[in-house]
Design a protein around this ligand. Structure first.
Ligand code: SAM
Ligand code: SF4
Ligand code: SF4
Length: 364
């Protein structure tokens, strides 16, 4: 058996919550002046895929200890935390995992979260990232429960490449069915995320661009990242987004587009002939830490202020110790006010080898 790589609840990986530095109410700013705007919530650490860049089968095999049910935040705990975060300034929630559609009765959680309103009365924006495997079956129910949009991950259009990457023999056609079902259910515009790894799926860049340009989905290319500690990342495997834009632009001319909002992570490009757009997420070659407004809650209720964190803050303990909403809100404000993360700006070969939290645990 492979040694268990992640010490999920080991006390050394918890940070004490700092004493409140900011007033409890109102939107906190971190030490680099960034507000807290987005919350990603991981609802399960399990997945039916074993993408080689995320949950390599050698590590996440039969003997891997996934979280037990009582370690997960309950739907009530998630909804309570989300409401407190909304009072603290977040405007968007993205559900993720692991594979979020594997969490039983996820529609019920979506209903609970969709009911949250922001201090100015607007509804919260609720989205979800999925591998698409269960989407054809669930899209309508997700929409009915109040989900606004989905992002579907798909790394290639040919089964040989896709199956080599998902390592679960899962065919492309089923994911495409899920994408169609999501669009038909009104979970639109559907975004499609493609992680690009040199020597693995770079030959899929142009076929993917051509396919989704016709289909009207927004395809986003993600640079292979050194998240976690198990995916054997090295810089040689990264195809810089600039290279991808040049490759696509040579066949289908592209023009840059202004971001939709400050802090948008994808750099947008529009096809010059008006047939839609693509995005590139250049976490490795063009760090966007300066505008990073995201916090992440893990499946068991740890709060992380960076995707590349090595430790987090135990908010499940606060919930289960009976702390009041006001106390939890002050704790969020204190954590955010002390935040100084900018991992992608300071990444080196050495930091890439640190024992960071896994993507499947913290959520992408
Ligand atoms: N299972 C769902 C899925 O695959 O969409 C949600 C969770 S997954 C961790 C979220 C996103 O992270 C996916 O789009 C996935 O491709 C991306 N991802 C995972 N590992 C990555 C890595 N090493 N580099 C870049 N993106 C990665
Ligand atoms: Fe599962 Fe998503 Fe990770 Fe792939 S990227 S292993 S689908 S959690
Ligand atoms: Fe945000 Fe951390 Fe990514 Fe920088 S490295 S953009 S701080 S999550």
């Amino acid at each position: 058996m492979t040694e268990r790589v992640i010490a999920l609840v080991d006390a050394g990986r918890r940070k004490p919550i700092p004493a409140a530095l900011a007033p409890a109410a109102g939107a906190a700013r971190d030490t680099l002046g960034r507000p807290l705007r987005d919350l990603r919530i991981s609802v399960t650490d399990r997945c039916n895929f074993r993408c080689t860049y995320c949950m390599p089968r050698e590590v996440f095999g039969k003997d891997y200890d996934f979280l037990a049910h009582d370690q997960l935040l309950s739907f009530e705990e998630i909804a309570r935390l989300a409401k407190i975060f909304a009072a603290q300034g977040i405007e968007k929630i993205r559900l993720t995992g692991g594979e979020p559609l594997l969490r039983r009765n996820i529609e019920r959680l979506i209903e609970m979260l969709a009911a949250i309103t922001l201090p100015d009365g607007r509804p919260i924006e609720l989205t979800l990232t999925t591998n698409g495997s269960l989407l054809a079956r669930k899209a309508r129910a997700l929409r009915d429960a109040g989900l606004a949009r989905v992002t579907v991950s798909l790394d290639a259009l040919d089964d040989a490449t896709f199956m080599a990457m998902n390592d679960a023999d899962f065919p492309v056609a089923k994911v495409l069915e899920g994408i169609d079902a999501a669009a038909a259910a009104g979970l639109a515009p559907v975004k499609v995320n493609m992680v690009v790894k040199r020597g693995v799926n770079e030959h899929s860049i142009l076929p993917m661009a051509r396919h989704f340009r016709r289909g009207g989905q927004v395809l986003r290319f993600i640079e292979f990242m050194d998240v976690g500690a198990t995916n054997g990342w090295c810089m040689d495997d990264v195809i810089p987004s600039g290279e991808i834009v040049r490759m696509i632009g040579a066949e289908m001319p592209l023009d840059p587009v202004d971001p939709n909002y400050i802090g948008e992570v994808a750099e947008r490009w529009r096809y010059r002939d008006g047939s839609g757009e693509i995005g590139v997420i250049s976490s490795v070659t063009q760090a966007f830490c300066r505008s990073c407004t995201r916090a992440r809650i893990s499946t068991e209720g740890m709060l992380y202020t960076c995707l590349f964190a090595t430790s987090g803050y135990d908010f499940r303990a606060l919930l289960r110790e009976g702390k009041s909403d006001e106390q939890i809100r002050a704790a969020i404000g204190a954590v955010w006010s002390a935040r100084d993360d900018r991992y992608s700006e300071i990444r080196t070969a050495a930091t890439a080898r640190e024992r960071k939290i896994e993507m499947s645990y913290i959520g992408g």
